[in-house]
Design a protein around this ligand. Structure first.
Ligand SMILES: O=C(O)c1cccc(C(=O)CC[C@H]2O[C@@H](n3cnc4c(=O)[nH]cnc43)[C@H](O)[C@@H]2O)c1
Length: 236
């Protein structure tokens, strides 16, 4: 059994996998505190496997692909964790559900500005989510009284730390709500297996000039826990 998966570990063996093939949901997080918050929210629901994939899109993609390659039972892959929020779109302690997952720095710098891999003709920096599920999740989070917005979540390789880069990203992806570092990797691995993906983030900090002291990780982890409680209902 996966030692990271306390939700499954806390159930009697008969209950684990009871839902059968293609009923399970894989939740990928980056670090142990995110896993623990997700597990608290899921409250021992045996349909979910919660796994740590590491920080960054490459680590997340490799970890997710390995898990999916050795287990055919999943019907959905979710990337969950904390994130930076664009001011005016997603405030600290609020939740963001991705309507699109975008690798915002995957491309080339040119004299005319940033050119995405899409524009370069080398594939796509965008992965679509399960739109129906994302909308239902957003509605249910709202109904539960949680502060939530739906919008593009950017995947970046470097945490944004200046006002200039913040403005550049906001202009590159109009409506961008949050940035994190793994969504594109997790969603690309899911897509390569023909599986739908979701990304759900809780905002720990405002995107902008770096101020690590201002990160409110505990508030974000509490919001992530609440979101995962609602997630059980959405997927029931
Ligand atoms: O220090 C802690 O207690 C702690 C607890 C949970 C998570 C962390 C992390 O530092 C996780 C890094 C993770 O967070 C995402 N993230 C959060 N804010 C941003 C941001 O402004 N820009 C990009 N990524 C962000 C990211 O996905 C990292 O993997 C620490």
């Amino acid at each position: 059994m996966n030692p990271d998966n306390k939700a499954a570990a806390s159930l009697p063996p008969a209950a684990v996998g009871q839902s059968g093939a293609s009923e399970r949901i894989l939740v990928m997080v980056s670090v142990p505190p995110e896993r623990d918050a997700v597990l608290r929210g899921l409250g021992g629901d045996g349909r979910f496997d919660v796994r740590i994939g590491g920080v960054g899109a490459v680590a997340a993609a490799v970890s997710t692909a390995k898990i999916l390659a050795t287990n055919a039972a999943y019907r959905l892959v979710i990337c969950a964790g904390i994130a930076g929020g664009f001011v005016g779109r997603a405030e600290i302690g609020s939740l963001v559900v991705a309507d699109e997952i975008i690798a915002a720095d995957l491309g080339a710098e040119t004299a005319e500005g940033f050119c995405s891999v899409d524009e370069l003709g080398f594939g796509s920096a965008r992965v679509q989510v399960d739109a129906t599920l994302a909308a239902r999740m957003t509605e249910k989070l709202q109904a539960a009284g949680l502060s939530v917005c739906m919008g593009p979540i950017l995947t970046v390789s470097t945490v944004t730390g200046t006002a200039e880069t913040t403005a550049e990203l906001a202009a590159r992806v109009p409506g961008a709500a949050a940035e994190a570092m793994e969504g594109y990797g997790v969603a690309s691995a899911a897509k390569s297996e023909g599986l739908p993906a979701l990304e759900i983030r809780a905002v720990s900090n405002a995107i902008g000039p770096r101020d690590r002291e201002a990160w409110r990780i505990k508030d974000a982890l509490n919001a992530l826990e609440s979101a995962c409680h609602v997630l059980r209902e959405v997927l029931s």
